[in-house]
Design a binder for this molecule. Structure first.
Ligand code: THU
Length: 134
């Protein structure tokens, strides 16, 4: 796993925490923010966007990935995910697969607004990710 400078982790965590404010979560009331880090230092944020047809909900991590790719960014060193829980939450299975599309070894920083961070590699959260064997 790439070791990121403390300052960069701190900035990414703050960006994910700030993105939580935009969460649209009227059904679950569970607000999540995410922030992706590009190699050039750019940070792209996302929040969860729920729908009355619950299955159409998009998690914060996937919102961030779709925003990033649609703006021309496809290379990510890390993602921070922030939810207001006692213990940080990890990305759901669908988001792990979507993140792995772009970097199966990216750093995943799971954090809370109160400042608890747990750092993983995506490869430990999603070992043996599906990939086309050509
Ligand atoms: N959610 C995320 O945005 N990211 C996660 O890592 C876990 C779950 C959202 C989806 C839904 O809007 C709410 O949290 C409750 O599951």
């Amino acid at each position: 796993m790439e070791t990121l400078p403390e300052k960069t982790i701190d900035q990414l965590v703050r960006a994910a925490s700030a993105a939580r404010a935009f969460a649209y979560a009227p059904y679950s009331k569970f607000r999540v923010g995410a922030a992706l880090l590009c190699p050039d230092g750019r940070m792209i944020t996302g929040c969860n966007v729920e729908n009355v047809s619950y299955g159409l909900t998009v998690c914060a991590e996937r919102t961030a990935v779709l925003k990033a790719v649609s703006e021309g960014a496809r290379s990510f060193d890390a993602v921070a995910v922030c939810a207001d829980t006692d213990e940080p939450v990890t990305p759901c299975g669908a988001c792990r697969q979507v993140l792995a599309e772009f970097n199966p070894a990216m750093t995943v920083i799971c954090c809370t607004p109160s400042g608890t961070n747990i750092v993983y590699s995506l490869s430990e959260l999603l070992p043996n990710a599906f990939n086309l064997k050509k």
